[in-house]
Design a protein around this ligand. Structure first.
Ligand SMILES: [Cu+2]
Length: 132
């Protein structure tokens, strides 16, 4: 008889603890984080383009004139971003050197237009940037 009471009480306590742990997990922390991230993007107007061994991501990006684009080299090789055609780089934008894996290159695009971007060291990797 007493054993049954202890078992029932134990089950109730476990149930309450389980419910409390569930309700803690249901607090809207991820939603708050994503709202903060969106606000940061809006206010700081930071644009990034990731470079991996597969190429640029996003492959096409639209951003307003006067904003800075950060190229992040997450590939295993050097990244030399340049505009225009390869190898002439007749665009006005050229990193002028390779950036090692883990490094970033930033450039502020002030002139509206469509920029054909490529990695000068892997010229089959392209991206299109539209500055409005
Ligand atoms: Cu090139």
């Amino acid at each position: 008889m007493n054993k049954n009471i202890v078992l029932v009480a134990g089950a109730i306590i476990l149930g309450v603890l389980f419910f409390l742990s569930l309700s803690k997990k249901n607090t809207p922390e991820p939603a708050v984080d994503s709202v903060i991230e969106e606000k940061q993007v809006e206010t700081e107007e930071e644009y990034t383009m990731e470079y991996t061994d597969e190429g640029f991501s996003p492959n096409e990006l639209v951003m307003p004139a006067g904003t800075t684009l950060t190229f992040i080299n997450n590939s295993s090789l050097q990244m030399w971003v340049a505009g225009g055609t390869h190898p002439a780089h007749d665009g006005d934008f050229d990193a002028l050197k390779g950036y090692a894996p883990g490094e970033t290159y930033t450039y502020t695009f002030t002139e509206p237009g469509t920029y054909d971007i490529h990695n000068h060291l892997s010229a089959n990797h392209f991206a299109t940037l539209i500055v409005e």
